[in-house]
Design a protein around this ligand. Structure first.
Ligand code: SF4
Length: 357
């Protein structure tokens, strides 16, 4: 079983953010807390392989609330579980790291975004470089070595040289995992409202390629379009999104998938406090989604499993697309995999898969 818990509170709102999040407010948080405990209590769990506390900023939640939520899941953790918590460097204190380690949390995902102060300020991030390095050291000191950081590229005024500095610092830190995303200007974000222009597509493509080359040449595996890791240190939780598995999404702002059916918990925080959890099932196309998600990864699509699960014939049905993108899509050992050049135009390829679905 894979479980995602959404904690939708942040101390401040970043300029690029269009996630489901609210600025921390003690009285609203208290009411949310009652509701999320009710939601968890109404569910039944089997053995939990991966548990993910995401947000928002889970590390901004008061310790006593986090402990009460965590305790609901601890009895169900599988023997070799992965339990991740997303943290922001400025809210992740030594005390919190100790607490998380004592609870059994064994993976930290740290929202770094950049190692350059001027860029962090422009993004509306509140942490300093000292915060980042302190958090990483304190996680290691407390036995949490499975650390991932998030970085961004394609940022306003960011040059290839700026990006190079970020990559170099990341490599020096010798961390097992990196998630790296290009900035998307979302209309409802502060950047969107300010009319900030997206990065030049050619520069963005050069940045993507620079990241890919530098990381793969220094021993990292690009196992997903935006994810790199050392020696099998994959995000096991994220793999469940890409390998066509079900996962439980808990809390307002969470999404989930049960028996192949996707749902969102999209109601506002106020509505969640009033109504409790409401799952809205969304129209989906599971066979296509399985292709879409698996092609993001280095493992690709297991053709036989897909054929059996959906009672279809992948190679026959998508003969046209496979032929048209023969250089970008390879079939190896029974799996359809995107080459590096395929990953660069994955969205275009997926549109064609969808047309033939
Ligand atoms: S980017 Fe993360 S920390 Fe920043 S406002 Fe959004 S959810 Fe909160």
């Amino acid at each position: 079983m894979h479980v995602y818990v959404h904690i939708p509170f942040c101390e401040s709102i970043c300029a690029y953010c269009d996630f489901y999040r609210y600025k921390t407010n003690a009285s609203i948080q208290k009411q949310w807390f009652t509701r999320i405990l009710e939601e968890i209590d109404a569910l039944s769990f089997s053995s939990i392989d991966t548990l993910y506390f995401g947000g928002g900023t889970p590390s901004s939640l008061a310790n006593d609330m986090l402990v009460r939520i965590a305790e609901k899941f601890i009895p169900y953790l599988a023997q070799s579980y992965e339990w991740t918590i997303e943290c922001n460097p400025e809210t992740l204190t030594q005390e919190k790291i100790r607490l998380y380690a004592n609870l059994g949390i064994n993976r930290i995902s740290l929202g770094v975004q950049s190692f350059q102060l001027d860029i962090l300020h422009a993004l509306g991030r509140k942490h300093t470089l000292e915060d980042i390095f302190r958090c990483i050291q304190q996680c290691r000191d407390n036995g949490i070595h499975n650390i991932s950081i998030d970085l961004m590229y394609g940022l306003p005024h960011q040059t290839l040289k700026d990006l190079q500095k970020d990559i170099d610092i990341f490599l020096k830190l010798d961390l097992p995992h990196l998630s790296i995303y290009s900035l998307q200007i979302e209309p409802n974000s502060i950047f969107g409202k300010q009319g900030v222009q997206p990065c030049d597509p050619d520069l963005e493509a050069d940045m993507y390629e620079r990241i890919r080359q530098d990381l793969t040449q220094t021993g990292y595996e690009q196992y997903e379009i935006s994810s790199y890791c050392k020696e099998g240190m994959y995000s096991r939780h994220n793999l469940c999104y890409w390998d066509d598995s079900d996962f439980l999404g808990i809390g307002c702002g969470a999404s989930g998938r049960i028996h192949g059916k996707r749902y969102d918990q999209n109601q506002s925080l106020q509505a969640y406090i009033q109504n409790g959890s409401i799952r809205e099932y969304v129209e989906s196309n599971p066979p296509f989604e399985a292709i879409m998600m698996s092609l993001r990864t280095a493992f690709g699509l297991d053709i036989q499993t897909w054929n059996q699960k959906y009672q279809r014939d992948f190679e026959k049905e998508y003969q046209r697309v496979l032929k048209k993108y023969a250089k970008q899509l390879k079939i190896r050992n029974g799996r359809c995999v995107c080459t590096p050049s395929g990953l660069e135009i994955l969205n275009t390829i997926l549109v064609e898969f969808l047309e033939d679905s």
